[in-house]
Ligand binder design. Sequence first.
Ligand code: NAD
Length: 479
Amino acid sequence: MKVKNICCIGAGYVGGPTMAVIAQKCPEINVTVVDINEDRIAAWNNEDVEKIPVYEPGLPAVVKEARGKNLFFSTNVDAAIDAAELIFISVNTPTKTYGIGKGMAADLKWIELCARQIARVSRTDKIIVEKSTLPVRTAAALREILDNTGNGVKYQILSNPEFLAEGTAIQDLLNPDRVLIGGDVQSTEGQEAISALSGIYEKWVPKSKILTTNVWSSELSKLTANAFLAQRVSSINAMSELCEVTGADVTEVAKAIGMDSRIGSKFLNSSVGFGGSCFQKDILNLVYIAQSFGLKEVAEYWEQVIIMNDYQKKRFAANIIQTLYNTVSGKKITILGWAFKKDTNDTRESAAIYVVDHLLNEEANITVYDPKVQSEQIFSDLDYLKSRSKEANRSNLKVVHDPYEACKNSHAIAVLTEWEEFKGYDWERIYQNMLKPAFVFDGRNLLDIQELIKIGFVPKGVGKPEFMESFAAKPAMVG
Ligand SMILES: NC(=O)c1ccc[n+]([C@@H]2O[C@H](COP(=O)([O-])OP(=O)(O)OC[C@H]3O[C@@H](n4cnc5c(N)ncnc54)[C@H](O)[C@@H]3O)[C@@H](O)[C@H]2O)c1
């Protein structure tokens, strides 16, 4: 099947950047990204490409190159489905917040709606590609919905999970470690569909990096990849607490173990804990699937990754309270960074939300500065937790747009996102304007602790020893 028109349902952090890159690399294919969220589509169509709804380095240039030529953003979902030979489903699959599987299973409501809409609208054969992260065996449910319409349209269902990381999405898309395509490898039609999708990626990805598997392996590989990545963060975070009480330094430990080629150096930065829309929901989903198959030990093993991550966030907040003489009531605490990681405006599951919620429970006065996150987003993240009234969130938390203003008259600063710009601040100036002792809690081990100490700060990193004891031999006792 020759693909001339692609439709992508879902113009989010995955759909937008992924389709922009496909459009840029395949100028002969028309790519239409559709969404039911009118504001989001309007923002993707904003004349000023710096104002598109997803902040991602390098993305504005790619959008600028392709938009209006062969890349389109639209709310007309039916028309885009009808015209496409290949449809990516890239809608959200959050953790269920109700009913059976509440708090663990993936909510597949939006996926099912897409399938039903495709079944209703389609008049020609189509390749349906699962781009969203889905529980293993979702393709079977999609097939049932699509095959039961009785209109004679034939569908091939492929799984093509996305491995991009926010903040480096464009680089990850342009130069992926691998592209994974799961399909019906047994049938000729299945193989043709796989080649059609593979052909698109082959425009810029070496064939050796395009991996073909059966559908279930592909679906499960995405959950497995995220579970393994998150597990590394929780593992090093578990060691961070041990470092703090023994005098070891987690950065040194991470470097020492990371140089072992069997372990590798990536994803070994200890921090306040991982965030983002994916790790937690995908592991919970994995735990739920394992439980559903009665695999208790497997479920418990992976659940521990989440338990450790939650503990790390609580521990960080508790450390602030304890260090500030066991009370933060009425004290100004400055939060530098609200995004779940640097170079993105995404705040989903950001550690900052939970740390600040904890501090607000202790009646702290919070001031937040983040270079890319809007204040409405910060308030809506806190309101979502329903820990207190919306009014209380707004009276106890202030969002400011100048970092120096944010830190002025503060009792303590907590760095919760690893934005590069924080390193370059005039820390001397910040120190002069703070209350003393001037505490800095570096939840990302981003700042130069020795420099801060020289200025006069009392800094605390994650997994950093409380004291620098000398290990010199004591003089022998004489007489
Ligand atoms: N964000 C990441 O870094 C990342 C990485 C890899 C995989 N994923 C997976 O990709 C999927 C999408 O993630 P995201 O971060 O882009 O989500 P997102 O919430 O940013 O975007 C999803 C979009 O889908 C739209 N949508 C939902 N139902 C729709 C429907 N029926 N018709 C049209 N539009 C609809 C929503 O309005 C929303 O704009 C998820 O399954 C996620 O797990 C995300």
